[in-house]
Design a protein. Sequence first.
Length: 287
Amino acid sequence: MSSVARPARTPSKRHRVSRTFTYGSLVLASLVVLTPLLVVFLTSLKTSSELVDGGGALALPRHWLNFDNYATAFTDGHMLTAFGNTAFILLFSITGTVIIGSMTAYAIDRYVFRGRKLVMGLFLVATLVPGVTTQVATFQVVNSFGLFDTRWAPILLYTGTDILSIYIFLQFIRGIPTSLDEAARLDGANAWTIYWKIILPLLKPAVATVVIVKGITVYNDFYIPFLYMPSEDLGTMSTALFRFKGPFGAHWENISAGTILVILPTLIAFLLLQRYIYNGFAQGATK
């Protein structure tokens, strides 16, 4: 019995319009994100005379191998010292955030106590209050502790104000069966042993997500290091660029070169670890 070949279905008009709109939106969003980066990259390769002559932000540089601005940004901006300070702050901030966030989420999910819902409500309210509105009181508290103009001031603020990490850990802990806790208690384990030996090892996807998101946030933050560490020897990667801003103008070619140097580590880290970010949020949302 011979089979009759069916003609291939042509996509409907609605489907073509939907696909065109989807790809058009993606192209537009890509242009919005990549155009500023392209302008910064082109500016970093130009000389000061090229910027004075004008030609537009997207004008091509005369020499594509002009890396003098990068050398100036690295040396005059004290990028090596700034990277050391940033690494120090990152290490203690991320470690404190993971420990405090996971322990708080464990206590909230596993223990029933008076005011439990109130605590969760206060956490939610804290996320709705802009941090800038409380900076006067926060600055007075930090200064009273003698932490102003030290690297411990931003570490304290980054560690104690991260509500997002608590919610991330909370979503994962809710997916861990309580039967594991009960079995461990029958074997004589206390609350600390259960948290350290059972709960925390099962939170590896959440820990990876918090480390990446928190690390990028701390690395790119400008406001807190600029406010609480004004000394030049305590600059971070974000505040190092501010050295090229003078009272009579700014050296935008050096600032652009420094910006590229600051962007590269986070860009490489995100490209290498993006699947952990997406998987972490997806798993936390479905637990």
